[in-house]
Design a protein around this ligand. Structure first.
Ligand code: 5GP
Length: 189
């Protein structure tokens, strides 16, 4: 049972390309009590990404030193890069009594679940099909052919973990999926 006096920690995970980033942004735009947790990553920024806004982009040495200092709630290696949620970025959000939105993978969700004091609600977003996912990855034009191939290979491994989430939503139509997500959120606030 969630504690309404504590900030809600909404975790959104999905195979990459299922629309989770769009949904996260829509939640934040529609409800100013939610802030997206900005992760650290060693991945290179994409053309449209802004440091400090989309991610804190750091090199491997910096990431490893943060890891050594126990600065992360959770971290994972994904497609050869490190990703992690720093304790300080979450604390900054919760000090304002804001709710937190995590756009992280199943490994991160599993690690966060161990912190029983966190008011977690975990939602797994699925694309309508594997074929549709591949179409979307090609259409969004962010990754080269090799990266798309890697993401498609990861798909089957990712979807196995939907069983560890509180809710599973299929993102067939983004507005429809968003409505369902809003309902889930309001039932926990
Ligand atoms: P992308 O490189 O496409 O932005 O993200 C790749 C994957 O990393 C996505 O599934 C995203 O949710 C996940 N991710 C982003 N930040 C974090 C994080 O801090 N921790 C974990 N575990 N996964 C993350």
């Amino acid at each position: 049972m969630n504690n309404p006096n504590k900030p809600l920690m909404l975790v959104l995970s999905s195979p990459s390309g299922a629309g989770k980033t769009t949904l996260s942004k829509k939640i934040q735009q529609s409800d100013s009590s939610f802030e997206i947790s900005v992760s650290h990553t060693t991945r290179k920024p994409r053309a449209n990404e802004v440091d400090g806004l989309d991610y804190h982009f750091v090199n491997k040495k910096k990431f490893e030193s943060l890891l050594k200092d126990n600065a992360f709630y959770e971290h994972a290696e994904i497609f050869g890069n490190y990703y992690g949620t720093s304790k300080s970025s979450i604390n900054k959000i919760t000090q304002k009594k804001h709710n937190v939105l995590f756009d992280i993978d199943w490994q991160g969700s599993e690690q966060l679940s161990k912190f029983k004091e966190l008011n977690l609600v975990k939602v797994f977003i699925l694309p309508p099909s594997k074929e549709e996912l591949e179409k979307r990855l090609i259409a969004r034009n962010q990754d080269d052919k090799e990266a798309i191939k890697r993401r498609m290979l990861a798909y089957s491994k990712d979807v196995v973990h939907q069983k560890d989430y509180d809710y599973v939503l299929i993102n067939d139509d983004v507005e429809d999926c968003f409505k369902k997500l809003k309902k889930i959120i309001s039932s926990h606030l």
